[in-house]
Ligand binder design. Structure first.
Ligand code: NAP
Length: 259
């Protein structure tokens, strides 16, 4: 159990913060004392998420942002710092994906996913760097990836390559920016049962039981499992942790390798 002041005084920006896992991270951070900034494209969803956070007494703001556009990303991050005084935590959570066998994948489809996941993550890291360097807590960057970026992901070569790229980028930045007090880590969730993605991909298609059995624990994860990992990495509890990929997948990847 984290204490109520685990993230007190920190300002955290979460891309895709109005989405399933992003909003869970924002809510958890807010409950533990952080000020949260959400950045994604759909204004209606951002407003709804901000209202939900405000109703809990969480200080929150939303800036409409397409992470594929560096100028927009920079504006959002600078605006957040101007409004709240600092940036201490960056969570790269925004992602796009669609199923497509690689032989049928168009260059445009490939570029779109690489642009959101990999380039968007790079833009956010770059635009945050000077602010994170000045964080009184030591900056923390957390990117949400998946072990499918390591194992390969038939039917989603674009997303697999993007997530693998984020892992590599994070390890590079961990070393380059370590002397600036910035920690850089990734989280690899397994299938998270209370998200639209898993509902659409597995539950609605009748593959729920099969996919559950692919994990060592025999069940899906929950959004809070990822938010807890993201809290650990954002807080002083994870202060000696950098360049790490925290696998929160119920032993799915291990079972895949071991079988
Ligand atoms: P989600 O609900 O679809 O959230 C993704 C968010 O990204 C949305 O809020 C979306 O908002 C935002 N986004 C998409 N394109 C964007 C762009 N160009 N600029 C800014 N924001 C953009 O998905 P989720 O299930 O919560 O997934 C969150 C993260 O966890 C992703 O990185 C995903 O790959 C990873 N993950 C999820 C699972 C799972 O089981 N759900 C498993 C492994 C990894 P807008 O459309 O409004 O921009």
């Amino acid at each position: 159990m984290f204490t109520a002041d685990t993230l007190k005084g920190r300002v955290a920006l979460i891309t895709g913060g109005a989405g399933d896992i992003g909003l869970e991270i924002a809510t958890t951070y807010g409950r533990l004392g952080a000020t949260v900034v959400l950045a994604s494209r759909n204004q209606e969803r951002l407003d709804r998420a901000c209202g939900q956070l405000a109703a809990e007494g969480i200080t929150a703001a939303a800036f409409r942002t397409d992470v594929r556009d560096f100028d927009e990303v920079k504006r959002t991050i600078d605006n957040a710092v101007e409004r709240f005084g600092s940036l201490d935590v960056l969570v790269n959570n925004a992602a796009g994906n669609f199923h497509c066998p690689t032989a049928g994948l168009t260059p445009k489809g490939w570029r779109t996913v690489i642009d959101i996941d990999l380039n968007g993550t790079f833009y956010c890291c770059l635009a945050s760097y000077e602010h994170l360097k000045r964080s009184q807590f030591g900056g923390s960057i957390i990117s949400i990836i998946t072990m499918l970026g390591v194992t390969g992901w038939p039917g989603a070569a674009h997303a697999a390559a993007a997530k693998a790229g984020i892992l590599s980028l994070s390890r590079t930045l961990a070393v380059e920016w370590g002397p600036d007090g910035i920690r850089v880590n990734t989280i690899s969730p397994g299938p998270i049962g209370d998200t639209e993605g898993v509902k659409r991909m597995y539950l609605d298609t009748g593959r729920g039981e099969l996919e559950r059995k692919k994990t060592a624990l025999g069940r899906f994860g929950a959004k809070i499992d990822i938010a807890n990992a993201a809290t650990y990495l954002a807080s002083d509890l994870g202060s000696y942790m950098t360049g790490e990929n925290m696998v929160v997948d119920g032993g799915r990847w291990l079972k895949y390798v071991a079988s």
